[in-house]
Design a protein around this ligand. Sequence first.
Ligand SMILES: Nc1nc2c(ncn2[C@@H]2O[C@H](COP(=O)(O)OP(=O)(O)O)[C@@H](O)[C@H]2O)c(=O)[nH]1
Ligand SMILES: [Mg+2]
Length: 340
Amino acid sequence: MAGLIVFGAIKLVGDILESQNQARYTETMIEIERAKLAAETAARERAEEQRRVETAAREEAERQRREAEERRREEAEARREAEQRAEEERRQREALEQLMRDLGMDPSVPEISEEEIAAVRQHIGYDPDKNNIAVTGNLNAGKSSLINALRNSVFGDSDYAPTGAAETTMNRHKYLDPIHADHVWYDTPGAGTPNVTTFGYYRAQKLFAYDMVVLAHESSLTESDVRLLEVCQVLKQPAVVVRTKCDMHIQNYMGERNWTSDRARITFLRDTHEDVRKFVSQSTLAGTGLDPHFSDLIISAHNVRRLVKGEPSPVDAVQAFVDEPKFLQALGIQVPSTGN
Ligand SMILES: Nc1nc2c(ncn2[C@@H]2O[C@H](COP(=O)(O)OP(=O)(O)O)[C@@H](O)[C@H]2O)c(=O)[nH]1
Ligand SMILES: [Mg+2]
Protein backbone atom coordinates (compact mmCIF):
# COMPACT_ATOMS: atom_id res chain seq x y z
CA MET A 1 0.00 0.00 0.00
CA ALA A 2 2.71 2.38 1.02
CA GLY A 3 4.56 1.38 -2.11
CA LEU A 4 1.50 2.31 -4.08
CA ILE A 5 1.34 5.66 -2.41
CA VAL A 6 5.01 6.26 -3.03
CA PHE A 7 4.60 5.21 -6.58
CA GLY A 8 1.60 7.45 -6.84
CA ALA A 9 3.53 10.33 -5.36
CA ILE A 10 6.47 9.72 -7.57
CA LYS A 11 4.20 9.61 -10.57
CA LEU A 12 2.52 12.76 -9.46
CA VAL A 13 5.83 14.49 -9.08
CA GLY A 14 6.84 13.04 -12.38
CA ASP A 15 3.65 14.29 -14.00
CA ILE A 16 4.13 17.69 -12.47
CA LEU A 17 7.70 17.84 -13.67
CA GLU A 18 6.59 16.50 -17.00
CA SER A 19 3.93 19.13 -17.37
CA GLN A 20 6.35 21.82 -16.19
CA ASN A 21 8.85 20.67 -18.75
CA GLN A 22 6.14 20.62 -21.31
CA ALA A 23 5.17 24.22 -20.45
CA ARG A 24 8.76 25.41 -20.54
CA TYR A 25 9.24 23.62 -23.76
CA THR A 26 6.19 25.25 -25.22
CA GLU A 27 7.28 28.65 -23.95
CA THR A 28 10.73 28.12 -25.40
CA MET A 29 9.23 27.07 -28.67
CA ILE A 30 7.01 30.13 -28.68
CA GLU A 31 10.01 32.33 -27.97
CA ILE A 32 11.93 30.62 -30.72
CA GLU A 33 9.00 31.13 -33.05
CA ARG A 34 8.74 34.76 -31.96
CA ALA A 35 12.45 35.29 -32.47
CA LYS A 36 12.22 33.62 -35.86
CA LEU A 37 9.29 35.79 -36.76
CA ALA A 38 11.10 38.91 -35.55
CA ALA A 39 14.19 37.90 -37.48
CA GLU A 40 12.09 37.28 -40.57
CA THR A 41 10.29 40.59 -40.17
CA ALA A 42 13.60 42.37 -39.67
CA ALA A 43 15.03 40.60 -42.70
CA ARG A 44 11.94 41.49 -44.73
CA GLU A 45 12.17 45.07 -43.58
CA ARG A 46 15.85 45.16 -44.41
CA ALA A 47 15.12 43.67 -47.81
CA GLU A 48 12.28 46.14 -48.23
CA GLU A 49 14.58 49.01 -47.22
CA GLN A 50 17.25 47.68 -49.54
CA ARG A 51 14.70 47.63 -52.38
CA ARG A 52 13.62 51.15 -51.54
CA VAL A 53 17.22 52.35 -51.56
CA GLU A 54 17.86 50.56 -54.86
CA THR A 55 14.67 51.97 -56.42
CA ALA A 56 15.57 55.47 -55.24
CA ALA A 57 19.09 55.05 -56.62
CA ARG A 58 17.68 53.78 -59.92
CA GLU A 59 15.23 56.69 -60.08
CA GLU A 60 17.99 59.17 -59.27
CA ALA A 61 20.22 57.64 -61.95
CA GLU A 62 17.31 57.81 -64.41
CA ARG A 63 16.61 61.43 -63.47
CA GLN A 64 20.26 62.34 -63.95
CA ARG A 65 20.34 60.51 -67.26
CA ARG A 66 17.23 62.38 -68.43
CA GLU A 67 18.68 65.69 -67.24
CA ALA A 68 21.95 65.03 -69.04
CA GLU A 69 20.02 64.07 -72.16
CA GLU A 70 17.93 67.26 -71.90
CA ARG A 71 21.11 69.31 -71.45
CA ARG A 72 22.67 67.66 -74.49
CA ARG A 73 19.50 68.31 -76.48
CA GLU A 74 19.46 71.98 -75.38
CA GLU A 75 23.15 72.37 -76.19
CA ALA A 76 22.64 70.83 -79.62
CA GLU A 77 19.65 73.11 -80.19
CA ALA A 78 21.67 76.19 -79.09
CA ARG A 79 24.53 75.11 -81.38
CA ARG A 80 22.11 74.69 -84.27
CA GLU A 81 20.57 78.12 -83.61
CA ALA A 82 24.01 79.74 -83.36
CA GLU A 83 25.03 78.10 -86.63
CA GLN A 84 21.84 79.33 -88.28
CA ARG A 85 22.45 82.83 -86.95
CA ALA A 86 26.04 82.79 -88.13
CA GLU A 87 24.91 81.54 -91.53
CA GLU A 88 22.22 84.25 -91.74
CA GLU A 89 24.77 86.91 -90.70
CA ARG A 90 27.22 85.62 -93.29
CA ARG A 91 24.53 85.79 -95.99
CA GLN A 92 23.56 89.33 -94.89
CA ARG A 93 27.19 90.44 -94.92
CA GLU A 94 27.69 89.05 -98.40
CA ALA A 95 24.50 90.73 -99.65
CA LEU A 96 25.57 94.01 -98.05
CA GLU A 97 29.04 93.78 -99.57
CA GLN A 98 27.52 93.08 -102.98
CA LEU A 99 25.22 96.08 -102.56
CA MET A 100 28.16 98.26 -101.53
CA ARG A 101 30.11 97.20 -104.62
CA ASP A 102 27.05 97.95 -106.78
CA LEU A 103 26.91 101.43 -105.24
CA GLY A 104 30.60 102.01 -105.94
CA MET A 105 31.88 101.42 -102.43
CA ASP A 106 34.76 99.20 -101.43
CA PRO A 107 33.48 96.98 -98.63
CA SER A 108 37.00 96.22 -97.39
CA VAL A 109 37.98 99.78 -96.45
CA PRO A 110 36.35 102.19 -94.07
CA GLU A 111 34.60 104.54 -96.44
CA ILE A 112 35.22 108.01 -95.14
CA SER A 113 37.76 108.78 -92.49
CA GLU A 114 37.08 110.99 -89.50
CA GLU A 115 39.85 113.30 -90.75
CA GLU A 116 38.16 113.73 -94.12
CA ILE A 117 34.81 114.44 -92.49
CA ALA A 118 36.42 117.00 -90.18
CA ALA A 119 38.26 118.69 -93.08
CA VAL A 120 35.12 118.91 -95.23
CA ARG A 121 33.08 120.21 -92.31
CA GLN A 122 35.61 122.96 -91.77
CA HIS A 123 35.46 123.80 -95.48
CA ILE A 124 31.65 124.01 -95.70
CA GLY A 125 31.26 125.95 -92.46
CA TYR A 126 29.56 123.13 -90.59
CA ASP A 127 28.17 124.32 -87.28
CA PRO A 128 28.60 121.61 -84.63
CA ASP A 129 25.92 123.18 -82.42
CA LYS A 130 23.22 122.98 -85.07
CA ASN A 131 21.40 120.58 -87.36
CA ASN A 132 23.33 120.86 -90.61
CA ILE A 133 20.98 119.71 -93.34
CA ALA A 134 21.89 119.42 -97.02
CA VAL A 135 19.18 119.53 -99.67
CA THR A 136 20.21 117.58 -102.72
CA GLY A 137 18.56 116.44 -105.92
CA ASN A 138 18.50 117.16 -109.62
CA LEU A 139 18.41 120.59 -111.14
CA ASN A 140 14.92 122.05 -110.88
CA ALA A 141 13.83 119.55 -108.23
CA GLY A 142 12.75 122.45 -106.01
CA LYS A 143 15.67 122.49 -103.57
CA SER A 144 16.18 126.26 -103.39
CA SER A 145 12.42 126.88 -103.15
CA LEU A 146 12.28 124.46 -100.24
CA ILE A 147 15.10 126.20 -98.40
CA ASN A 148 13.36 129.56 -98.87
CA ALA A 149 10.05 128.12 -97.67
CA LEU A 150 11.60 126.57 -94.56
CA ARG A 151 13.09 129.94 -93.59
CA ASN A 152 10.10 131.94 -94.90
CA SER A 153 12.49 133.90 -97.06
CA VAL A 154 10.90 135.79 -99.98
CA PHE A 155 12.19 137.10 -103.25
CA GLY A 156 14.07 140.32 -102.58
CA ASP A 157 15.42 139.19 -99.19
CA SER A 158 19.20 139.32 -99.05
CA ASP A 159 19.49 135.65 -98.18
CA TYR A 160 16.85 134.43 -100.64
CA ALA A 161 18.05 131.26 -102.40
CA PRO A 162 17.87 131.95 -106.13
CA THR A 163 15.26 129.78 -107.83
CA GLY A 164 14.11 129.03 -111.34
CA ALA A 165 15.66 127.77 -114.54
CA ALA A 166 18.09 130.66 -114.94
CA GLU A 167 19.11 130.69 -111.32
CA THR A 168 20.97 127.49 -110.82
CA THR A 169 23.10 127.01 -107.76
CA MET A 170 26.59 126.42 -109.08
CA ASN A 171 28.14 126.16 -105.67
CA ARG A 172 27.04 124.89 -102.35
CA HIS A 173 25.50 127.65 -100.28
CA LYS A 174 24.86 127.81 -96.56
CA TYR A 175 21.68 129.44 -95.24
CA LEU A 176 21.01 130.34 -91.64
CA ASP A 177 17.44 130.02 -90.47
CA PRO A 178 15.98 132.95 -88.51
CA ILE A 179 12.88 130.91 -87.62
CA HIS A 180 14.52 127.62 -86.68
CA ALA A 181 17.70 128.91 -85.13
CA ASP A 182 19.16 125.46 -84.50
CA HIS A 183 18.97 124.51 -88.19
CA VAL A 184 21.38 125.39 -90.98
CA TRP A 185 20.49 124.60 -94.58
CA TYR A 186 22.88 123.87 -97.42
CA ASP A 187 21.74 124.26 -101.01
CA THR A 188 23.81 121.97 -103.23
CA PRO A 189 24.53 122.24 -106.95
CA GLY A 190 22.59 119.05 -107.57
CA ALA A 191 23.70 118.65 -111.15
CA GLY A 192 24.46 115.00 -111.74
CA THR A 193 28.09 114.21 -112.29
CA PRO A 194 28.29 111.94 -115.34
CA ASN A 195 30.07 108.59 -115.20
CA VAL A 196 30.33 108.34 -111.47
CA THR A 197 28.88 105.67 -109.24
CA THR A 198 26.20 106.60 -106.73
CA PHE A 199 28.81 106.63 -104.01
CA GLY A 200 31.06 108.73 -106.23
CA TYR A 201 28.24 111.24 -106.51
CA TYR A 202 27.58 111.13 -102.77
CA ARG A 203 31.25 111.73 -102.14
CA ALA A 204 31.60 114.50 -104.74
CA GLN A 205 28.62 116.25 -103.13
CA LYS A 206 30.26 115.77 -99.73
CA LEU A 207 26.94 114.60 -98.34
CA PHE A 208 28.74 112.62 -95.63
CA ALA A 209 29.61 115.87 -93.87
CA TYR A 210 26.00 116.73 -92.98
CA ASP A 211 23.84 115.61 -90.12
CA MET A 212 21.00 114.90 -92.47
CA VAL A 213 20.32 114.85 -96.19
CA VAL A 214 17.07 115.80 -97.88
CA LEU A 215 16.82 113.96 -101.19
CA ALA A 216 14.45 116.04 -103.30
CA HIS A 217 12.94 114.77 -106.51
CA GLU A 218 10.12 116.15 -108.50
CA SER A 219 8.15 113.58 -110.48
CA SER A 220 8.63 109.81 -110.37
CA LEU A 221 11.29 108.32 -108.19
CA THR A 222 14.25 107.12 -110.19
CA GLU A 223 16.69 104.32 -109.68
CA SER A 224 19.39 106.87 -108.87
CA ASP A 225 17.25 108.55 -106.17
CA VAL A 226 16.77 105.19 -104.50
CA ARG A 227 20.44 104.28 -104.88
CA LEU A 228 21.47 107.52 -103.19
CA LEU A 229 19.12 106.71 -100.35
CA GLU A 230 20.75 103.29 -100.14
CA VAL A 231 24.21 104.87 -99.76
CA CYS A 232 22.83 106.92 -96.87
CA GLN A 233 21.31 103.80 -95.32
CA VAL A 234 24.54 101.80 -95.67
CA LEU A 235 26.47 104.66 -94.06
CA LYS A 236 23.75 105.18 -91.42
CA GLN A 237 23.25 108.75 -92.44
CA PRO A 238 19.78 110.15 -91.72
CA ALA A 239 18.02 110.95 -94.99
CA VAL A 240 14.57 112.18 -95.94
CA VAL A 241 13.13 111.62 -99.40
CA VAL A 242 10.68 114.25 -100.65
CA ARG A 243 8.57 114.48 -103.77
CA THR A 244 8.21 118.20 -104.36
CA LYS A 245 5.73 120.37 -106.27
CA CYS A 246 2.72 118.21 -105.42
CA ASP A 247 0.40 121.15 -106.18
CA MET A 248 1.76 121.22 -109.71
CA HIS A 249 1.45 117.46 -110.15
CA ILE A 250 -2.16 117.40 -108.96
CA GLN A 251 -2.91 120.36 -111.21
CA ASN A 252 -1.34 118.45 -114.11
CA TYR A 253 -3.46 115.36 -113.39
CA MET A 254 -6.57 117.58 -113.55
CA GLY A 255 -5.56 119.32 -116.75
CA GLU A 256 -4.36 116.26 -118.61
CA ARG A 257 -7.35 114.08 -117.73
CA ASN A 258 -10.05 116.67 -117.27
CA TRP A 259 -10.64 115.45 -113.71
CA THR A 260 -11.96 117.16 -110.62
CA SER A 261 -9.31 118.30 -108.16
CA ASP A 262 -10.44 115.66 -105.66
CA ARG A 263 -10.07 112.84 -108.14
CA ALA A 264 -6.73 114.19 -109.37
CA ARG A 265 -5.42 114.42 -105.80
CA ILE A 266 -6.55 110.92 -104.81
CA THR A 267 -5.09 109.39 -107.96
CA PHE A 268 -1.81 111.28 -107.68
CA LEU A 269 -1.35 110.20 -104.07
CA ARG A 270 -2.24 106.60 -104.93
CA ASP A 271 0.19 106.54 -107.87
CA THR A 272 2.96 107.95 -105.70
CA HIS A 273 2.43 105.37 -102.98
CA GLU A 274 2.36 102.65 -105.64
CA ASP A 275 5.64 103.98 -107.02
CA VAL A 276 7.27 103.69 -103.57
CA ARG A 277 5.79 100.22 -103.01
CA LYS A 278 7.30 99.10 -106.31
CA PHE A 279 10.77 100.28 -105.26
CA VAL A 280 10.44 98.72 -101.82
CA SER A 281 9.35 95.37 -103.25
CA GLN A 282 12.29 95.34 -105.68
CA SER A 283 14.77 96.73 -103.20
CA THR A 284 18.27 95.33 -103.17
CA LEU A 285 18.34 96.04 -99.44
CA ALA A 286 16.32 92.88 -98.89
CA GLY A 287 18.70 90.32 -97.45
CA THR A 288 21.30 92.84 -96.29
CA GLY A 289 19.73 93.40 -92.88
CA LEU A 290 18.83 97.00 -93.80
CA ASP A 291 15.19 98.03 -93.88
CA PRO A 292 14.00 98.49 -97.48
CA HIS A 293 11.03 100.61 -96.40
CA PHE A 294 11.14 104.36 -96.82
CA SER A 295 8.71 107.24 -97.09
CA ASP A 296 8.59 109.50 -100.08
CA LEU A 297 7.07 112.56 -98.47
CA ILE A 298 4.74 114.43 -100.78
CA ILE A 299 5.11 118.17 -100.34
CA SER A 300 4.93 121.56 -101.98
CA ALA A 301 7.18 124.48 -101.16
CA HIS A 302 4.09 126.70 -100.77
CA ASN A 303 2.70 124.41 -98.09
CA VAL A 304 5.99 124.14 -96.26
CA ARG A 305 5.97 127.94 -96.10
CA ARG A 306 2.33 128.02 -94.96
CA LEU A 307 3.08 125.49 -92.25
CA VAL A 308 6.19 127.32 -91.06
CA LYS A 309 4.08 130.49 -90.78
CA GLY A 310 1.44 128.57 -88.80
CA GLU A 311 -1.17 128.99 -91.53
CA PRO A 312 -3.92 126.39 -91.91
CA SER A 313 -4.09 123.95 -94.79
CA PRO A 314 -5.98 125.28 -97.81
CA VAL A 315 -9.24 123.40 -98.35
CA ASP A 316 -8.78 123.08 -102.09
CA ALA A 317 -7.68 119.54 -103.10
CA VAL A 318 -4.84 120.90 -105.24
CA GLN A 319 -3.39 123.02 -102.46
CA ALA A 320 -4.23 121.11 -99.27
CA PHE A 321 -1.42 119.85 -97.06
CA VAL A 322 -0.19 116.34 -97.72
CA ASP A 323 2.99 115.25 -95.93
CA GLU A 324 4.33 118.70 -95.03
CA PRO A 325 3.79 118.22 -91.26
CA LYS A 326 5.61 114.89 -91.44
CA PHE A 327 8.39 116.56 -93.40
CA LEU A 328 8.95 119.19 -90.70
CA GLN A 329 8.90 116.47 -88.05
CA ALA A 330 11.48 114.46 -89.99
CA LEU A 331 13.70 117.54 -90.05
CA GLY A 332 13.40 117.89 -86.29
CA ILE A 333 11.27 121.01 -86.51
CA GLN A 334 8.33 121.46 -84.17
CA VAL A 335 5.20 121.69 -86.32
CA PRO A 336 3.38 124.95 -85.51
CA SER A 337 -0.24 124.64 -84.54
CA THR A 338 -2.30 125.67 -87.56
CA GLY A 339 -5.77 125.18 -86.19
CA ASN A 340 -6.61 122.30 -88.56
N1 LIG B 1 4.21 124.66 -108.29
C1 LIG B 1 5.35 124.53 -107.63
N2 LIG B 1 6.49 124.94 -108.16
C2 LIG B 1 7.63 124.82 -107.48
C3 LIG B 1 7.65 124.22 -106.22
N3 LIG B 1 8.93 124.17 -105.79
C4 LIG B 1 9.67 124.75 -106.75
N4 LIG B 1 8.90 125.13 -107.77
C5 LIG B 1 9.35 125.78 -108.99
O1 LIG B 1 10.24 124.90 -109.65
C6 LIG B 1 11.27 125.63 -110.26
C7 LIG B 1 12.61 125.09 -109.80
O2 LIG B 1 12.73 125.30 -108.40
P1 LIG B 1 14.12 125.50 -107.71
O3 LIG B 1 13.83 125.67 -106.27
O4 LIG B 1 14.89 126.58 -108.38
O5 LIG B 1 14.80 124.10 -108.00
P2 LIG B 1 16.31 123.69 -107.74
O6 LIG B 1 17.00 123.75 -109.05
O7 LIG B 1 16.24 122.30 -107.27
O8 LIG B 1 16.88 124.60 -106.73
C8 LIG B 1 11.07 127.05 -109.88
O9 LIG B 1 10.44 127.71 -110.95
C9 LIG B 1 10.14 127.01 -108.69
O10 LIG B 1 9.30 128.13 -108.62
C10 LIG B 1 6.41 123.75 -105.66
O11 LIG B 1 6.33 123.19 -104.57
N5 LIG B 1 5.30 123.94 -106.41
MG1 LIG C 1 18.50 125.77 -106.83
